[in-house]
Design a protein around this ligand. Sequence first.
Ligand code: ADP
Ligand code: MG
Length: 530
Amino acid sequence: METIRFDELDIKPQIMRGIRDMGFEETTPIQSQAIPMVLSGVDVIGQAQTGTGKTAAFGIPVLQKVDPSSRKTQTLILSPTRELAIQVADEIRKLAKYMHGVKVLPVYGGQDISRQIKALKGGVQIIIGTPGRLMDHLRRRTIRTDMVNTIVLDEADEMLNMGFREDIEDILDYLPQEHQTVLFSATMPKPILDITKKYQQNAVTIKVVKKELTVANIDQYYYDVKRKDKVEVLSRLLDYYNPKLSLVFCNTKRMVDELTDELVGRGYSAEALHGDLKQVQRDRVMNHFRQGKTDILVATDVAARGIDVDDVEAVFNYDLPQDDEYYVHRIGRTGRAGRTGKAFSFVKGKEVYKLKDIQRYCKTRILARPIPSGDDVAQVKAEKIMEQLGRIIDRENLDSMIELIEQQINASDYTAMDFAAAFLLREMGLDEGPEDGQTFSFDFGDTGAEEGMVRLFINIGKKQNVKPGDILGAIAGESGMPGNLVGAIDMFDKYTFVEVPREYGLEVLHAMKHAKIKGREVSVEPANQK
Ligand code: ADP
Ligand code: MG
């Protein structure tokens, strides 16, 4: 669909300067349609996927309409999270860089309210707030609505998901009779349509259809990977493509934690992002990622929602998303702002059908790819290192080093080529044993189990009224291992030995860390030799 130049729209020169500073060249499709509509003053419903520039789609007209000579609050923007509220405020401030006298302030829960009240006292025309906190200010009358002429519900679907419906309705009820209501959302489930019916008048709907959403400039591949090999394959892909920033999606918080641990254990710079983290922790993780201190963010869908980082070069669906629409949300984090990105999905067995559904739904193609072999990865790594060495050779004076090497060559049977090759091997991290990308297996040592199995010790037994079925159920329920693979279960009064296949040993150990059997937390360890 049409994108146009911003100067084809009737935008004030000061705002145009801000837009130019931000490096925007053309409007996105939602912007080309929404900006004139919002400017015209009618109620608007805007639907477009994540990453399509919805913030500026309402931010620009809101700025155009604001009266800088009045200090009264004129626009309220509702945002689902603190993170998003701050992002929206930042984007609008950038757009308003050359507009004098326009104040923009985010208000959100978790921040000291008296600080916000102080900031509000100076007069703020545009307020971006999470619904709960905004309602709090309205009740305290620290935010007044008598001059509010525009309200924007941004990421409306997410606000409803987070249970803000009542607050939103309360806020809408606070507004003066005459005002414009603008709603933006990536999806339009029924509860949103209910709100639009109740609170908007003759609303114009603008919908940017799915196929021209974010997936256009994203190369999408899938790999047929067994569950137990996923970490290994992910590592190879990370080594092979060496993306600057990567997002890895898992379907559960636990998987996020486990995978992050495994990646860190393998020497990657990875951090976890999920709903169990406190806001401060989330902020810290996000900042690390944004600044490139962390290369890999492992996240759940909800936690990653609205992440606004432009340099994400690769998105991995470590688990396939449960909902087709999430696929678009997830991979939309890469290939932003005209860049190309890559999306990799891991599937096994029947999941291929799910992938077919996703392709149909997103009108896109996801191509099968062979997993890079250990050799492929080594080749890429070697090339990268040689490139870096080339730069060092160009830049540095190497005379004294050359002298040292010459001394060594003269004193030994090695050639300069031998030394160079050994250095390369070490740089590639391949000097210790045959670490050539063979499948990773944790060494349990001898646990006294049958061949191919590991024997685990669990500190719960008959005295606690536990039956073998409880143990089996807990293992099958907590780990991804099918129950029929559980081997011998030996129960004693206060403890139990259970055998599981060696390749599942680590996963079961991990999974059981969080497990309860008969309501009790248990500890599970590899058993000692009999
Ligand atoms: P959405 O709310 O639709 O998920 P955002 O408003 O957060 O998307 O925009 C995503 C990114 O695209 C931001 O970094 C934003 O600055 C950038 N962006 C927005 N409009 C344009 C444009 N016209 N050209 C280039 N980049 C843009
Ligand atoms: Mg947005």
